[in-house]
Design a protein around this ligand. Structure first.
Ligand SMILES: [Zn+2]
Length: 294
């Protein structure tokens, strides 16, 4: 469509468009850092050795064990300070965190990993696809060019964590008695990882699933995305679930369950929610069928 324009004219058309896109995206990102779920939140025990240590919506979890702890997700760079304070408030030491794992490398979940890694000395594990993005401070090869360019020039992006280990789909990561199984459930990003692990509550064992975001962003598309989402929904439907969570706490009802837990006879009971999990997957499947993009 620009055939009739000379090169400088072509640039004169394209550059302003890209600038507007970039400004919109920066605005969105800045908003997200201030109000997008980053308000401080009370940390709490979900069940057994499984705790919430994230912000009001940007989630992070602590799984404690006799031979060291695991933290799942890092929030934004600025969320990491809240996470560290929440771990201390629960009576644990960030220095005892030995392993960091992540759901996906977007800045709201991967951004704080470097701060957590520096404070703890923990080893970071990632899927191959996530490792690439994490190691470049959030550059998503499937991201749209203006967004990537802003990361390259340092306007977006985050401090680069050191990725120590890579896992394959179905691998189990162990820290003493803790055993987390990785399910690479791509769609939102290629390497997005859901996690499943058992948690003891008294004399019963509960199955926990941390499920990936299954929505698609207009700013991050790739050819196999539809097929990945189909498969991911299928994989997640097959996992046994008592307690489920996601990287955005409002999706699994953090606050509602936290409040209900405070007055429940067994404080774990409000977190047992296989119906909510199925509803989450049903909604993801409906979005996929409708072709909805965020
Ligand atoms: Zn994301």
């Amino acid at each position: 469509m620009f055939n009739h324009l000379t090169k400088p004219r072509w640039l004169a058309v394209v550059l302003p468009v890209l600038s507007v896109v970039a400004l919109v995206l920066v605005g969105r990102w800045l908003n997200a850092t201030k109000v997008g779920g980053q308000a401080p939140a009370e940390p709490f025990r979900i069940a057994g050795n499984f705790y919430y240590v994230g912000a009001s919506d940007v989630a992070a979890f602590l799984i404690t064990g006799s031979e060291g702890h695991v933290v799942l997700d890092g929030g934004y760079p600025t969320t990491a300070r809240l996470i560290i304070a929440s771990i201390a408030k629960l009576g644990f030491d960030i220095k005892d965190v030995k392993v960091l794992v992540n759901s996906e490398p977007h800045p709201d979940h991967g951004g704080g990993l470097t701060v957590l890694q520096q404070a703890s000395g923990a080893q970071l594990w990632a899927s191959d696809a996530s490792a690439g993005s994490l190691a470049t401070g959030g550059d998503d090869p499937d991201g749209i060019l203006p967004l990537r360019a802003l990361i390259w020039i340092g306007v977006l992006g985050y401090p680069r964590p050191r990725v120590d280990h890579r896992f394959k789909d179905g691998d189990t990561i162990r820290v003493g008695p803790i055993a987390l199984t990785a399910h690479i459930t791509g769609g939102h990003t290629r390497g997005c990882t859901s996690w499943s692990f058992p948690v003891r509550d008294g004399d019963r064992t509960l199955n926990v699933v941390s499920a990936c975001d299954l929505g698609v962003l207009a700013t991050s598309r790739y050819p196999e995305q539809g097929a990945d989402r189909e498969r991911s929904i299928r994989v997640l439907r097959d996992l046994p679930v008592d307690i489920w969570v996601t990287c955005h706490a409002r999706w699994w009802g953090r606050y509602r369950k936290f409040v209900a837990s405070a007055t429940a006879t067994n404080p774990v009971e409000p977190f047992i929610d296989p119906d909510g999990y199925r509803a989450y997957l049903d909604a993801a499947e409906a979005e996929l069928r409708q072709g909805r993009v965020h």
